[in-house]
Design a protein around this ligand. Structure first.
Ligand SMILES: Cc1cc2nc3c(=O)[nH]c(=O)nc-3n(C[C@H](O)[C@H](O)[C@H](O)COP(=O)(O)OP(=O)(O)OC[C@H]3O[C@@H](n4cnc5c(N)ncnc54)[C@H](O)[C@@H]3O)c2cc1C
Length: 377
């Protein structure tokens, strides 16, 4: 029986494991490390977040990203290319001190009345633990607007499916969405496809990365925990504002490209339907493919590996997860971090920025024995 099993080896899963390990526990992490960053971000993308807010969490700051940048890429100036960030993540993986099982959890269930969980992995291994942390990220939560979801699968994809998207060439593509992902999709596609960009309103090109002065940034990080005290409605408004407004300025070139068609409309108003191998709009325009850059909605149902009993215990498939101040769900011993904690912890939980808060919260609840940083009990 492992002391803590963490499902998902992204920034949150690794950050939580690092914090537990530093406190003398022996966590096990299941997952392909940083798969989202390697498989679901466009190759041409620049890091959206400030390097100061993009490092993998460890209490002793052993993976500090700005320090890595200064040592490994001293000439890198301005925004960080995602390829460089992937190199950094690989560097982190090579230095992890705890057990990492490179597999996928296919099922998680509760065992016995006394508590405890069992995860069954794709490779057949079964892992048991008293506490489980779900850190599986945005992957299962892609949102498609109804008219796009109704199209045959081969005629539409979500921006999460980066490999399929980057393989498109010589096609007429309709990109739907007005945020960062839509702009990145248009940028990735416009050189080798004929692109139309449908968005309700013109994107707002913010000055990113924010490059906030260090003292101000540190104050924000220190005060971040107070967001938990805000009423959910206020948090929702903050989330909406954050996700509506920020598109990195380098992507303005995609918007300004005269070869990119623009439709200032909601996709539902386009009246899309499939005709043979084409998608047709009510006004007669035709596309070979629709790319929906329409975001994510984290629900319990998106956690397809949960047993039906656990799904019900978390409020049912349609429920939005809402862990408590220490990231524990309504199932004792089951913790939710990253986007699964957004409804109680606010928008930073969608970014690497929030992983320190999550790691500390879980560690406080789980406890520890030894401080490995200082070698004392
Ligand atoms: C295109 C794109 C660009 C982004 N850019 C930025 C940015 O610049 N800065 C920023 O801060 N954030 C960015 N984000 C947000 C990103 O989601 C977070 O930075 C961060 O990756 C969230 O960490 P996480 O650990 O919660 O989830 P993830 O990074 O998604 O990690 C979850 C991991 O769990 C794994 N997993 C899922 N199901 C299972 C299972 N059943 N068993 C085992 N493993 C499983 C996944 O494969 C994945 O590796 C971006 C997101 C996208 C999609």
């Amino acid at each position: 029986m492992s002391e803590a099993l963490i499902i998902g080896a992204g920034p949150y899963g690794i950050g939580v494991a690092q914090e537990l390990w530093a406190r003398g526990l022996e966590p096990t992490v299941v997952g392909e490390p940083f798969a989202t960053w390697h498989e679901h971000t466009p190759d041409a993308m620049l890091l959206r977040s400030d390097p100061k807010a993009s490092g993998i969490h460890s209490p002793d700051r052993r993976y500090d990203f700005p320090v890595y940048l200064r040592a490994q890429a001293p000439k890198a100036a301005g925004s960080v290319e995602v390829t460089l960030f992937r190199d950094y993540l690989q560097w982190v993986v090579e230095r992890l001190p705890f057990r990492l099982v490179r597999d996928r959890a296919e099922r998680l269930e509760r065992i016995g009345a006394g508590g405890g969980f069992e995860a069954t992995l794709a490779g057949g291994e079964r892992l048991r633990a008293d506490r489980v942390v779900l850190a599986t990220g945005l992957g299962g939560h892609s949102y498609l607007p109804p008219s796009v979801a109704a199209l045959p699968e081969e005629l539409r994809l979500h921006s999460w499916e980066v490999a399929r998207m980057q393989a498109l060439a010589g096609e007429r593509v309709l990109v739907v969405g007005g945020g960062q992902s839509a702009a990145e999709a248009v940028e990735a596609l416009r050189h080798s496809n004929r692109v139309t960009w449908a968005s309700r309103r013109p994107p707002f090109f913010f000055r990113e990365p924010l490059r906030v002065p260090s003292p101000l940034f540190k104050t924000f990080l220190a005060a971040y925990g107070l967001l938990y005290l805000l009423p959910p409605a206020v948090l929702r408004r903050i989330s909406a504002a954050v996700f509506r407004t920020t598109v990195s300025p380098y992507l303005a070139r995609a918007w300004n490209d005269p070869a990119v068609g623009k439709l200032g409309t909601d996709v539902e108003a386009l009246g899309l339907w499939a005709e043979g191998r084409e998608v047709v709009s009510g006004s007669g325009e035709r596309w070979d493919q629709v790319v929906a850059a329409t975001g994510y909605r984290a629900t319990v149902g998106g956690l397809s590996y949960l047993s039906p009993e656990l799904t019900e215990a978390l409020g049912g498939a349609a429920a939005v997860p809402a862990p408590d101040a220490r990231f524990e769900s309504r199932v004792p011993g089951l913790f939710l971090v990253g986007c699964l904690a957004e409804s109680t912890w606010g928008p930073a939980m969608r970014f690497i920025l929030g992983s320190k808060q999550a790691a500390r919260g879980v560690a406080k609840a789980v406890g520890g024995r030894t401080d490995r940083r200082r070698g004392r009990s």
